[in-house]
Design a protein around this ligand. Structure first.
Ligand SMILES: [Zn+2]
Ligand SMILES: [Zn+2]
Length: 284
């Protein structure tokens, strides 16, 4: 049986099952085997979020792999097409969102089954970015939650951020300072065409996340929100922002100059109706 090219352990992951406190933990081994095009195998522990016992043997080398596009073990060149690194990597070269985007096609066996055509490059690119910009991790998590409409996740994230500098135990000092909440809410994705969370919410038809971002980062009058939105925001203890110097989230444009309103008009349906009704412009 093949072993991991990095740690040389079998390509399995030990997962814990919840049991009663006074019993020994129950564990089970599940496959965790990412095979690169060169034939080398690595632990990978995807999709995120990884379990606590994950082994990210390939992800640990993400920055190096994303830069060189070579296998960290055998140095084979990995992308499916023949474009060179400078043409394929969005951190170090032009964006991959253009035609001719590259991919690293792998075979990934995990608890969920076998994926014969799993493109690992976006994950490596993301991890490489986070390795050099650790302060962006919560902001990138926020974007994922906006895309999935995970409103409770967003609330939890914001509450965690708020509590972070109040605990005073000094644990955080070694890390880069996290983005303040006002900046976090307005984060624009350098790997995703500079979309904000509001762009992402519109694009993924996530109405609750959309109104939550407006509630927290726009000057749209509270009376213009659906009553249910205001009610649920109050229930979780979220208030409207102070009228500071932060830009209204509705004014943030992607790298093509399109604001969330342009996305809404393109999406049509209720989004276009809201655009007509001035949801994207009132109070600006
Ligand atoms: Zn390993
Ligand atoms: Zn290899």
């Amino acid at each position: 049986m093949a072993v991991c090219a990095k740690c040389e352990d079998p390509l399995v992951l030990v997962v814990d099952y919840d049991v009663e406190d006074d019993e020994p933990p129950e564990t089970e081994e599940v496959p965790d085997d990412l095979e690169l095009p060169c034939g080398c195998h690595f632990h990978c522990s995807l999709p995120p979020p990884p379990p606590p016992l994950s082994r990210q043997c390939l992800i640990d080398d993400a920055a190096q792999v994303a830069l060189s596009l070579k296998c960290p073990k055998c140095q084979s060149y990995l992308p499916a097409n023949q474009a060179g690194p400078s043409a394929t990597n969005p951190i170090f070269g032009p964006s991959t969102t253009a035609a001719g985007a590259s991919a690293i096609r792998t075979r990934y066996s995990s608890e969920g089954g076998v994926d014969d055509d799993y493109d690992i490059l976006p994950v490596l690119t993301e991890e490489a970015y986070l390795a050099s910009h650790p302060e962006a991790r919560p902001a990138r998590a926020l974007l994922t939650m906006c895309a999935q409409g995970d409103v409770m996740g967003i609330v939890g994230l914001l509450q965690d951020m708020d509590g972070e500098d109040e605990d005073g135990d000094g644990d955080d000092e070694a890390r880069s300072p996290p983005l303040p909440v006002n900046k976090l809410l307005r984060y624009q994705d350098p790997l995703g065409g500079m979309r904000s969370g509001l762009h992402v919410a519109v694009e993924n038809n996530q109405e609750e996340a959309f109104f939550m971002l407006l509630f927290l980062a726009s000057r749209l009058a509270t009376s213009d929100f659906p009553a249910a939105v205001v009610e649920s925001a109050q229930q979780v203890g979220l208030g409207r922002p102070e009228q500071g110097s932060d830009p209204d989230i509705r004014t943030l444009a992607d790298d093509k100059g399109d604001g969330p309103e342009a996305y809404a008009r393109k999406a049509g349906g209720k989004w276009a109706q809201w655009a007509e009704a001035g949801v994207f412009t009132q109070g600006l």
